[in-house]
Design a protein around this ligand. Sequence first.
Ligand code: GLY
Ligand code: MN
Ligand code: MN
Length: 452
Amino acid sequence: MPLDDSAAAPANLAALFGPHLTALCRRTEAALQACGFEALLVHSGSLLPVFQDDRTYPFEANAPFKVWAPLWEVPDCFVHFEPGRPPRLLFHSPTDYWYKPAALPQDYWTAHFEIVPCADLSAARAALPSSLARTAYLGEDFGALESWAVGAVNPTRLMRHLDFHRAIKSPYELECLRIASRLGVQGHLAAARAFAAGASEYEIELAFLAGCGQREQELPYNPIIALNENGAVLHYQVLEKRPPPQRRSLLIDAGAEFGGYASDITRTHAATAGDFAALVAQMDRMQQRLCAEVGAGVDWRDIHRLAHRLLAEVLREADLITCSAEEALASGVTRVFLPHGIGHLLGLEVHDAGGFMRSPDGGDIDRPEGHPYLRLTRTLESGFVVTMEPGLYFIEPLLAAARSDARAGRIHWSRVEALRPYGGIRIEDDLAVTATGCENLTREAFAAAGGS
Ligand code: GLY
Ligand code: MN
Ligand code: MN
């Protein structure tokens, strides 16, 4: 994506990148030392061929590479880092007339690297030290890797040291994430207009892409664009090409990417005023209440538990349960309506690495019992970026299971039936944790764009 996209404000990125890279070099040096390596070699990734054809799947650069350089489109590049020396970027520059080779980068970040063009993998190997016996390699295996004789491939302990610290974003990374949010919000505003005009799921996706100015393969994940009951499928992947006969609701979970960093935004729209629209408003208030709890020192598992307590109250107020909120919580009824985690780390991956680590060497922090899909169990620190994404869905298999056990008597089934055609609700913002609270990247981007 070009840096001069209308929603982007990259003027300060040049000033922020140097300190980001210096800090990255420092923590990589410490990690290498702790794990007994002298150097790091990170691969941007390989092009994966389609079976029985000479085409390849869309390329996705590896996150441990993108943290060094905002290059997400070029396979077979390497960053080689030896403490005490500037990092080297071995840039894949083939001679090719089938595809257009990427031009040598020249941008706000390139002065910090020694950039070496390499026509192919043999040239990359030749540009590296003759022995890589004390070098840790990060990336997937490729045919020639064995002959490179690296010291270790994806050593777990080193990766844990690097991933643990990746949770704390530098000011440069925060700025990339802000821009990704602004781009994503442009897409959401365009998608909301398309929904209001009666578009199909497919047409809403096209509006989203045009709004944020990105191709589907540039996005951090495939958008979830679900009309009506399709909103009950958590990772709905179909894009119906025809609008449904009746337009009731839209759940859109879609983000954009900037500099390799993701936004992850969900909004739910009701076509008309009524019970479902009121429930969306209730969930929005609940989501903001949860956002207000976020700050450094907060155990994320407590936020997840609080979400279920608040959801039980929403279910009570919406007359979706026949029991008290306390009973709905204790009997597991809230998990019928909200089966996923309340949020996750966000950054170079939409579900960023390191969500469970107690410390690099200290094992993992368990999920709360009965909550198998929570993706973050750490205590929040300043600089973490997390999503806050409570939901309330009418998911047939989960409702069927509840109908057949002790939870059946606690659910108000006729209310469920009335709301089931609307699918579900999710409201998701991206939050940068601070010492005293959080910066809501998504709501600030909506406010700046005049939306919500
Ligand atoms: N878009 C995937 C998620 O919200 O986690
Ligand atoms: Mn999402
Ligand atoms: Mn998410």
